[in-house]
Design a protein around this ligand. Structure first.
Ligand code: ATP
Length: 436
């Protein structure tokens, strides 16, 4: 079973994501999230914010502009060093990332490859109203720099003290040489990051690095990622990005394969960002520690995850094909309830019985105040269960003739497929216990 194929087809069938601008033949490296995908991503981002910002008194949030003064990218080193090695096949002219190829022949036609040359990944845009005088800007290649250029503003406008962090979620753009693997490598994607400022001492930096490594791995596990499918991998010195002193990836094992893929990076960025911005902007970006009477440029420990990669890997992690009985299998997404797009689906047993439909509608109205709730009255109940299983909906509630007699409903659990009869009055409380 090829996981990328399975998820790609399920994503399209159920509305998780589609290739970008598909009716015009698409645009390589872009994806559009459908009704279920947008909910999944919102839930991931909300859980990130909860665990990083709301659960830490010393972390605040920020939302910086995507387009920034181009000097930012000069200072950050992106214009000079944010590149991948590009090779081209001399026969078919297909282009590849040299560090992702094994051997020196072209995978498509076995032709000879050119020597690698560095290809810059920044996406350019042009601003201004006078043709010929437009200013070249860049769509940010990482969301990180929006935080560092606001370091002083945050210090001056809040009560934070080192050690403290600034979290941000937002879009980033890279002119990737070989986008692919569904949303895994796109040209437009979303990142969720924490930039955590510490005093410039090795033991402090190491301590916080370990703390955030633990926090981030635990976050994935708490939302249902199987522990055995996660690992840390440390970058060796020739693999590290230009800003990093030490770097670890959290990697995910693609189910059904032996392939580990990067999901998030945890980096010790040292004083790189603040010292470069101080030099290029001529602003004083030092920090003064009132208690110790020390002035210094803080070091940065960063956690940088991809929202799209997390969404893709949560889907893969949740995907199961289960044999129910001889000749019948079901596809089910065992997504953590906090991530599932719809928490509950409500079914009137028969669509042509107004009493059942009305009752089901009233339950829908009651529950929609708390959660995303689906409503389905088409086809037979078995088919409706299969649809919700594929969508990852944890619970289905059926309104039947017994409901009209005694105000009870059946609640069916996605994972166990067990059904329980619950009093309508207690339904919300019952679901709340299971969902929150
Ligand atoms: P890769 O080696 O896969 O190109 P990277 O090491 O350059 O990734 P970082 O710059 O550390 O990635 O970015 C942090 C995170 O942002 C990654 O772990 C990933 O989750 C996400 N990310 C980076 N590039 C992309 C992309 N092109 N598409 C989707 N997500 C991405």
């Amino acid at each position: 079973m090829d996981m990328f194929e399975q998820i790609g087809s399920l994503a399209k069938r159920r509305g998780y994501f589609y290739p970008g601008s598909e009716i015009y033949g698409g645009l390589a490296g872009t994806w559009d999230y459908g009704p279920l995908g947008v909910e999944l991503k919102r839930n991931i981002k909300e859980q990130f914010w909860k665990s990083i910002v709301r659960s830490h008194e010393n972390v605040v949030g920020l939302d910086a502009a995507i387009m920034m003064n181009p000097k930012v990218w000069e200072a950050s080193g992106h214009l000079e060093a944010f590149s991948d090695p590009l090779v081209e096949c001399k026969t078919c002219h297909h282009r590849f990332r040299a560090d992702q190829l094994q051997g020196d022949a072209c995978p498509d036609c076995k032709g000879i490859l050119t020597e690698p040359k560095q290809f810059n990944l920044m996406v350019e845009a042009f601003l201004g109203v006078i043709e010929g005088e437009k200013q070249k800007v860049y769509l940010r290649g990482e969301i990180t720099q929006g935080v560092h250029v606001n370091f002083k503003q945050v210090l001056n406008s809040t009560r934070v003290k080192i050690p403290f962090g600034i979290a941000q979620i937002g879009k980033a753009f890279r002119n990737e040489i070989t986008p692919g693997g569904l949303t895994y490598r796109s040209r437009e994607f979303e990142q969720m990051e924490l930039q955590f400022y510490v005093s410039p001492k090795d033991d402090e930096a190491d301590r916080w690095m370990e703390y955030w490594k633990g926090q981030r791995k635990e976050w994935y596990v708490s939302l249902g990622m199987k522990k055995e499918n996660l690992r840390f991998r440390e970058h060796d010195s020739n693999e590290r990005a230009h800003y990093a002193r030490r770097a670890f990836d959290i990697e995910f094992l693609i189910p059904g394969s032996e392939e580990w893929k990067e999901m998030e990076g945890i980096h010790h960025r040292g004083e790189w960002d603040l010292s470069r911005h101080a030099k290029f902007s001529k602003e004083d970006l030092t920090y003064f520690d009132e208690e110790k009477k020390e002035r210094y440029i803080p070091w940065v420990i960063e956690t940088s995850g991809g929202v799209d990669r997390a969404a893709l890997f949560f889907l893969m992690n949740a995907y199961e094909e289960e044999k129910i009985k001889e000749g019948e299998t079901r596809i089910v997404l065992k997504l953590h309830p906090k991530l599932a797009p719809y928490k509950v689906a409500i079914f009137p047993l028969l669509a042509n019985k107004p009493e059942l439909v009305e009752k089901a509608q009233s339950i829908h109205d009651m529950l929609k105040k708390s959660w995303m709730v689906a409503f389905d009255s088409r086809g037979n109940i078995g088919k409706r269960y299969r649809t919700q299983d594929e969508a990852g909906t944890p619970f289905c509630v059926t309104v039947d003739f017994e409901t009209l007699e005694n105000d009870t409903v059946t609640v069916r659990d996605r994972d166990t497929m067990n059904q329980e009869r619950i009093e309508m009055q207690k339904l919300e409380e019952y679901l709340r216990k299971k969902l929150e």
